[in-house]
Design a protein around this ligand. Structure first.
Ligand SMILES: Nc1ncnc2c1ncn2[C@@H]1O[C@H](COP(=O)(O)OP(=O)(O)OP(=O)(O)O)[C@@H](O)[C@H]1O
Ligand SMILES: [Mg+2]
Length: 251
């Protein structure tokens, strides 16, 4: 039985994905800084808004104000979606706080109801899950796994906590997108861990050719699903991301 798909909101990418991300599973958008990971998650969320599928955006990379401003630049209507409860944004930043003997990371949310509470990874998973049930969300985005890994601290703990976090959220009902910045350095095993944990991986990149930078995307893996392996060119413009599966990549 072919698995049900959920549109990425970008026509050219849906073509590579044989229709969209696999419903009820987790897909990682991996790439360097500024490669378009966040914008790609917004296409997914607003495609849901258009179809009456509610979404949650959880971000530890940017404040809500910045996210709203940037979404609006691409013609999305985040305020309308928030008012109609089609979109919930939970954003916060990582803070280092002193303990009796050393320091630990906690998350400070900019949402007024959450502002005072320090959050750990399990409590965070609980919060996202609770919110998803409450608003009956179908699409969940975790933008920036980096701060979560930071929060988890010790290496073996990282694997356990983040794995549990992703599994708890992608429970077969919610289609989950996660973003992560992959580092290029030699000892990048821990950074690459989300690669193995997620059911699918889409890699965003830039390549330099004939004096210009070209943006590319490639579906690296999709567990249990058919997809195209081609590396495809895309552009970011006033309408956001547009992919060109039929354009020839420069040599
Ligand atoms: N209005 C615009 N028109 C064209 N390109 C834009 C526009 N706004 C942003 N960009 C491009 O998109 C990039 C940011 O995309 P995005 O925030 O999705 O990247 P990211 O992969 O999430 O980055 P980070 O790792 O820093 O979170 C910018 O660096 C810029 O190159
Ligand atoms: Mg981003």
């Amino acid at each position: 039985m072919p698995k049900e798909r959920v549109s990425s909101g970008v026509t050219g990418l849906d073509e590579l994905l044989s229709g969209g991300y696999v419903k009820g599973r987790s897909t990682l958008l991996a790439g360097g800084p500024g490669t378009g990971k966040s914008i790609l998650t917004w296409h997914f969320l607003f495609d849901g808004v258009k179809k009456g599928e509610k979404g949650i955006l959880f971000s530890l990379d940017q404040t809500s104000d910045m996210i709203l401003e940037d979404m609006q630049d691409f013609g999305f209507d985040p305020k309308g979606a928030i008012n109609s409860e089609d979109l919930t944004i939970l954003s916060g930043t990582l803070k280092l706080v002193p303990t009796e003997t050393s320091y630990e990371y906690v998350i400070g949310f900019d949402h007024p109801l959450l502002r005072e509470q320090p959050f750990t990874v399990p409590r965070l998973a609980e919060l996202v899950r609770k919110k998803a049930t409450e608003v009956k969300a179908k699409r969940i985005v975790i933008d920036g796994l980096g701060p979560l890994l930071e929060l988890a601290g010790d290496h073996s703990e990282i694997r356990q906590l983040v794995y549990g976090f992703i599994r708890d959220i992608a429970d077969g009902q919610n289609t989950v997108l996660l973003t992560h910045e992959l580092k290029a350095h030699e000892n990048a095993q821990n950074d690459e861990m989300p690669y193995f944990i997620c059911d699918g991986v889409v890699k965003l990149d830039t390549m330099y050719s004939s004096g210009d930078y070209v943006r590319t995307m490639r579906v690296v893996k999709m567990r249990g699903a058919k997809h195209d392996m081609r590396r495809v060119m895309f552009k970011i413009g006033s309408e956001g991301i547009v992919a060109f599966p039929d354009a020839r990549l420069p040599d």
